[in-house]
Design a protein around this ligand. Structure first.
Ligand code: SF4
Length: 283
């Protein structure tokens, strides 16, 4: 079911394959789902950029397509998502989820791009929290972020209101970071790691680091040295968990390849030797 407003949709039910690049909606809805996953249970996703993908990265494996607005500053894609649009959209999504699953475990900001770049993020987090309270729900409210805005006090203050933050860190090596994540030119991986470290000290919810292992021509981020360098950085960040993925959906750049379970397991073993709690997700 889809409900339209302007040139985007209030809600879109995801296609069974979950392949965003093969979906006719292609990220043009505010809420989407429902999903059932090992990591978040039954969840709804929130997309704050339903018109054009806004991100500070343009990752080669992104399954949302190319970044349309590459920015490290808050920017609206023209959709003007506000509190009342989000609330209406959440209500529609919630009713759809309850029809199918009769329960909901999580509501997550994720979607097309980097949600923390939305100019109204504090108000929109407040909208979700009020919605949860109003409906008497026992859900985890989360944010999937690429970790590039954690230098900002107002983003840290906003994220502290959440139950769950999953923060991306695919590599701690600047040259690989530039080739894999294709970041805005002002971004450095050392500063991102430092910001994650500081964020951990402030955030009392569940902090998960998300690492995506890939192969693209001669670029790989899963050697023993990659794992060791990442593990050393992660021990200073102290996340609750590390989630390892590979490209399980169609990547935006052809020839970005998945890695095998064995590669993920070996990588995981290195992290675990440093005392980190690791989960492997193949899909
Ligand atoms: S950070 Fe996420 S949304 Fe942005 S380009 Fe990378 S995978 Fe896509």
């Amino acid at each position: 079911m889809v409900v339209s407003s302007k040139s985007f949709l209030m809600y879109a039910k995801c296609i069974p394959s979950g392949e965003c690049l093969k979906c006719p909606i292609r990220g043009r809805s505010i809420t989407y789902g429902p999903f059932k996953s090992r990591r978040r249970g039954v969840s709804i996703g929130i997309n704050l950029f339903p018109i054009a993908k806004v991100c500070s990265f343009n990752c080669i494996y992104c399954f949302r397509g190319p970044t349309k607005i590459l920015s490290v500053e808050p920017v609206d894609d023209g959709a003007g998502i506000n509190e009342s649009l989000l609330k209406d959209s959440l209500r529609i999504a919630y009713e759809e989820v309850m029809k199918e699953f009769r329960t909901i475990n999580a509501i997550d900001f994720s979607g097309s791009g980097e949600p923390t770049l939305h100019p109204k993020l504090p108000e929109l987090v407040g909208t979700v929290k009020s919605f949860v309270k109003e409906y008497g729900l026992d859900v985890s409210v989360g944010m999937f972020t690429n970790s590039t805005t954690l230098h900002s006090n107002h983003i840290v203050k906003t994220l502290k209101n959440l139950d769950y933050v999953e923060a991306k860190l695919d590599t701690v090596i600047q040259s690989k970071f530039e080739l894999i994540n294709i970041p805005h030119k002002t971004l450095s991986i050392d500063r991102i790691v430092n910001n994650l470290r500081n964020f951990r000290k402030e955030f009392n919810g569940v902090l998960t680091i998300q690492t995506i292992l890939i192969k693209y021509n001669n670029i790989i981020n899963y050697t023993f040295e990659d794992a060791k360098a990442l593990a050393e950085a992660l021990t200073t960040i102290e996340p609750d968990e590390v989630h390892l993925y590979t490209t399980y959906k169609t990547p935006r750049v052809e020839n970005v390849e998945k890695v095998s379970y064995e590669v993920m397991r070996d990588f995981s073993n290195v992290l675990e030797r440093y005392g980190l709690k690791v989960e492997i997700y193949l899909s």
